[in-house]
Design a protein around this ligand. Structure first.
Ligand code: NDP
Ligand code: MG
Length: 382
């Protein structure tokens, strides 16, 4: 197996499961971007064949960190892409952002099974990625907890029997905050997710509900339902991870503790099941489950994502790129929390390229959207 983004939150959860079952797995490659120490330590622990760092300036540091081992070393963007293509039976795609797109596409070319956590890549290149997976015979297994839940509940042989797919959302740390409170929200407050421990970018996306918007687009490509058969419900406890309703009125849901090792384990063992050390679900201790309608006025990012859902054009790639730029500016304390969705919306309005049909066209749109969003973001700088 190969883990792209091995030093991140999903990467580390994946490594945790592998380390508990070392005899079952052989690790071909681990990749990271700048965390040399984390990458080297993980590569030693799982005796990886190769360790690849995305930032080419860090080659020397990685060499030093892995001196005296037999682990092969490489650095640079192309090296990450090559590692992704290394022909692993199972690849975890857990790079954050559209930076993971080329590596995921390379992994799809390489074949095998891909456990897909990197939703931004699928949002940006939706049809192109799904077609590539279809023609190479690569199986995409969703890691995102909602999509993994849907995957477990969906009767893929009878798509016509599905009436509705509902994604649950915790509502994030600002679920009950007013717009005025959110205007002053700090990066530290935004990344303090009530239920899940995740990387900084997705934590901010959860606070704006852009994460749920990206997930609607992700579900649209993975399953794929009619756009109007996809919904979102706020469920603060994060116990039900998503639901599938059938024409006869039956609703199937997948439940579990909010621990990413559960969906990751599902994709690792699929179609079998494996033991995990995760907390067991204790419904009596939880007591009750709550549900609310999402508030699109306080969380306009979700409305933006809905507006581009299913249009099949460049909208999702633009939205994703603009959001990545805006979230990075927010985490850098350069713009306010509410400016994230404003910048994404203004970027969507500012240009309308033709729908992309190739990976290069997606990457061109992504690059242009980043530059437009960057210029807009500068106007909002505090
Ligand atoms: P993290 O920020 O924790 O980790 C990101 C990983 O990607 C790190 O290994 C990082 O390396 C690497 N990376 C970052 N930028 C680049 C780049 N330009 N080139 C190559 N590698 C890069 O993110 P998460 O683990 O939280 O999320 C990963 C993906 O999974 C995201 O798409 C997210 O939306 C999705 N996801 C995450 C969930 C979670 O619980 N965390 C849940 C569901 C989905 P380095 O450490 O060296 O910077
Ligand atoms: Mg999710």
């Amino acid at each position: 197996m190969t883990i792209l983004g091995a030093t991140g939150s999903v990467g580390q959860s994946t490594l945790d499961l592998i380390e508990r079952n070392r005899e079952h797995y052989e690790v071909l490659a681990l990749t990271a971007f700048r965390d040399v120490a984390g990458l080297a330590a993980a590569a030693k622990r799982v005796d990886a064949r190769a360790a690849v760092i995305g930032d080419e300036n860090l080659l020397g540091d990685l060499k030093e960190a892995l001196a005296g081992t037999e682990i092969e070393i490489a650095a640079g963007r192309e090296a990450v892409i090559d590692a992704a293509r290394s022909g692993a039976d199972w690849t975890m795609a857990a790079i954050v952002g559209c930076a993971g797109l080329k590596p995921v596409m390379a992994a799809i070319e390489g074949g095998g099974t891909i456990a897909l956590a990197n939703k931004e890549a699928l949002v940006s290149a939706g049809n192109i990625m799904m077609q590539a997976a279809c023609s190479s015979g690569t199986r995409l297994l969703p890691v995102d907890s909602e999509h993994n839940a849907i995957f477990q509940c969906l009767d893929r042989d009878r798509p016509e029997a599905v009436r509705r797919i509902t994604l649950t959302a915790s509502g994030g740390p600002f679920r009950t905050w007013t717009l005025d409170q959110m205007r002053k929200a700090s990066p530290a407050q935004a990344v303090a997710h009530p239920n899940w421990s995740m990387g900084a970018k997705i934590s901010v996306d959860s606070a704006t509900l852009m994460n749920k918007g990206l997930e609607l687009i992700e579900a649209f490509h993975l399953f794929p339902p009619q756009p109007d058969a996809l919904g979102v419900v706020i469920h603060p406890q994060s116990v039900i991870h998503s639901l599938v309703e059938y024409v006869d009125g039956s609703v199937l849901a997948q439940l579990g503790a909010p621990d990413m090792r559960i969906p990751i384990a599902h994709t690792l063992a699929w179609p079998e099941r494996m033991e995990t050390p995760c907390q067991r679900l204790d419904l009596v201790a939880i007591g009750k489950l709550d549900f609310e309608e999402p508030d699109l006025e306080r969380f306009p990012a979700l409305a933006l994502a809905k507006s581009v859902l299913g249009e099949g054009g460049a909208g999702p790639a633009i939205l994703n790129a603009a959001n990545e730029i805006a979230v990075a500016s927010f985490l850098d304390n350069r713009i306010g929390f509410l400016d994230i969705a404003t910048i994404a919306g203004k970027t969507l309005e500012s240009f309308a390229p033709a729908a992309p049909f190739t990976l290069d066209e997606v990457l061109e749109i992504d690059a242009e959207a980043r530059s437009v969003a960057g210029a807009i973001a500068r106007k909002y700088e505090i």
